[in-house]
Design a binder for this molecule. Structure first.
Ligand SMILES: Nc1ncnc2c1ncn2[C@@H]1O[C@H](COP(=O)(O)OP(=O)(O)OP(=O)(O)O)[C@@H](O)[C@H]1O
Ligand SMILES: [Mg+2]
Length: 235
């Protein structure tokens, strides 16, 4: 896992970047056994249609460009596309939306992704000047953004730490099946937190990570969007 992730990081550095595109970041996660949505990188509308058929409708689509960090802001995310026609037109619309804002931009392609479902959660990382790599966990959307209901640990973490990170959240009831809402596979969250911690320990050059959202349901968890920022200089 370490070698594969190191190769991916090197590829990004060789491309003159210190941030990984979504599919690159997800490949790093996958190499650490972290479940991610099934995504296929495509360069043409026809390729996107073939990918969507392979994944199975409905699908999500996202633009891939080093000039676009927050894809939604550029009209670069489409959800619940249910037909070949929808996929083809979404491809063209996303590209022309971005072109309106950026002109002739560096378009690498689009990702066709399986639609994930469940509760939205978030795992993040940041470097603290004093403590080094920190891992963060939150239960998505309003709880994270408005109530700052998140937990932090210094890495490495073990199972007991991961369980505490979950149980100290006020919003934990949401994923424990509160009033008929679907329970989330807690083991899936725990193993994902531990795997992220391992990745952070192996790569001190990871400056910041944002896995947001991660969808969780009774069957498991899946990372639906991932951003990894590397240190400016290779450490
Ligand atoms: N594969 C998917 N299945 C279901 N919903 C998805 C999927 N991918 C994205 N979404 C939904 O679309 C939203 C925006 O997607 P995404 O997070 O990839 O875009 P973004 O604009 O780059 O995000 P950010 O706000 O982190 O910059 C997500 O928060 C999620 O609700
Ligand atoms: Mg996101």
């Amino acid at each position: 896992m370490r070698v594969e992730a190191a190769n991916l990081i090197k590829m990004v550095r060789d491309d003159g970047r210190n941030f990984m595109l979504e599919h690159e970041a997800k490949a790093v996660l996958k190499s650490y056994g972290i479940p991610v949505t099934q995504d296929i990188f495509c360069k043409t509308p026809d390729e996107a249609v073939r990918a969507a058929r392979k994944i199975g409708y409905p699908v999500a689509m996202k633009i891939v460009s080093p000039q676009i960090i927050h894809k939604t802001e550029f009209g670069g995310v489409r959800l619940n596309l249910a037909s070949d026609e929808n996929v083809k037109s979404a491809f063209d619309e996303m590209v022309s939306n971005a072109r309106k804002r950026l002109g002739n931009f560096d378009l690498r392609g689009v990702l066709v992704c399986e639609m994930a479902r469940g509760h939205e959660m978030i795992i993040g990382s940041m470097k603290d000047a004093q403590f080094g790599q920190m891992i963060m966990f939150g239960i998505g959307g309003i709880n994270v953004e408005v109530f700052k209901d998140v937990s932090y640990r210094i890495v490495p973490i073990e199972e007991i730490d991961a369980l505490e990170m979950i149980s100290e959240l006020k919003g934990k009831k949401l994923i424990e099946g509160y009033r008929g809402s679907e329970k989330v596979d807690i083991n899936g969250i725990v193993s994902t937190l531990i795997a992220v911690s391992r990745l952070l320990c192996d790569f001190d050059e990871i400056e910041e990570m944002d896995l947001n959202p991660i969808f969780g349901n009774a069957r498991g968890v899946k990372v639906a969007d991932a951003r990894i920022i590397l240190s400016k200089v290779n450490s």
